[in-house]
Design a protein around this ligand. Structure first.
Ligand code: GN1
Ligand code: MG
Length: 324
């Protein structure tokens, strides 16, 4: 049974009818993750670190193959199997502040516990994944090379994005000032990447560790803001539905600080709002770049979807900026 709504990997719930055991089977997108061995290595190191230092901490980890590997290479594709946690639930959207709080606590707790793990041992599974400077460069290239009709359609969107170029300076400060620390982050904190208890909705485990990498906390905090504060997703085309739910922002902040507060710097704590700006701006740029490039990266369901997603994220950015 297909599950989740990821734009990159393909995820399926499978049942072994002999044992009635459920599993989550994931096919890793090898165009995006060109070196899946790095994913396996990072997961191995991080999980070992957590086992050694926090033996009671639960993290859903991949089942090894008979040759003791984290992933199986079958017909030119990488596959990974993790046990399905019984009585767990994966949400596709955030419709209660408690769920937002719980997810933020889970992602914060994950980074906090990995705080002593040696950063140099963790490899970049997607180099420059959240490097805004590089995303801007790719965007500039796309602007130069785009097909005329796509460029024309995007004209006002391109113009509107210019008024948010100040976000690039905010990014510069995060990535150059010693007040902001590199740590191990999940880098894909959408709500379907955390398992919650089916009844109590308490956090059970973060999942999908493909983009576990070192980085800055704007990646995790900012992407939670991007994907939890608005009642509709990036797929929504009715722009009136894009509103900011302040209580959800506060719940993310509360949950994240409860775990990460003790390791964060003062400057990081003051800059949480900006983390949202960076990630929403970056996502709008990424969708628009893909639209201009002729939809090479994100799965689409209809021809102009990447344009619609970019516009959705721009509107989200504008409305989010208003609450500052
Ligand atoms: C991709 O497939 P999914 O939803 O896990 C993307 C994220 C984007 C997201 C936007 C490896 O994630 O960075 O924020 O789409 N992941 C990759 O929906 O590019
Ligand atoms: Mg992912």
């Amino acid at each position: 049974i297909p599950i989740g709504n990821g734009l990159i990997n393909t995820t399926t719930l499978v049942t072994d009818h002999k044992t009635n055991q459920n599993y989550i089977l994931q096919e890793i997108n090898s165009h995006v993750f060109t070196e899946p061995e790095k994913i396996a290595s990072n997961i191995r190191i991080a999980i070992q670190f957590l086992k050694d230092h926090f033996p009671d901490y639960y993290i859903a980890s991949p089942i090894k193959t008979i040759s003791n590997e984290e992933m199986a290479f079958v017909e030119n594709e990488y596959w990974r199997l993790i046990p399905y946690v019984e009585n767990s639930k994966v949400f596709d959207e955030v419709n209660s502040v408690d769920v937002a709080y719980e997810a933020a606590r889970m992602f914060g707790g994950f980074t906090k516990r990995l705080d002593g793990c040696v950063l140099d041992e963790i490899q970049d599974t997607i180099p420059d994944f959240h490097n805004l400077n590089l995303r801007i460069e790719h965007y500039q290239d796309a602007l130069k090379n785009a097909a005329k009709d796509r460029l024309n359609k995007a004209e006002s969107l391109i113009e509107a994005l210019k008024s948010f170029s100040f976000v690039e300076q905010i990014y510069e400060e995060w990535t150059t000032s010693p007040d902001f620390k590199r740590r191990i982050h999940h880098h894909d904190t959408k709500i379907s990447n955390v398992l919650l208890d089916n009844e109590s909705h308490k956090g059970l485990s973060v999942i999908d560790l493909d983009t576990l990498m070192s980085g800055y906390l704007f990646s995790d905090f900012g992407d939670m803001v991007r994907t939890y504060v608005c009642p509709v997703s990036e797929a929504e085309t009715d722009l009136d539905k894009i509103v900011i739910r302040k209580a959800y922002y506060q719940a993310i902040e509360k949950g994240y600080l409860e775990e990460m507060g003790e390791v964060m710097t003062c400057r990081e704590k003051e800059s949480l709002f900006d983390a949202g700006l960076i990630m929403i701006y970056m996502q709008s740029i990424r969708f628009l770049t893909d639209y201009l490039n002729g939809d090479e990266y994100y799965k689409i369901e209809y021809p102009e979807q990447n344009y619609d997603r970019a516009l959705n994220q721009l509107v989200l950015l504008e409305r989010y900026f208003e609450i500052k």
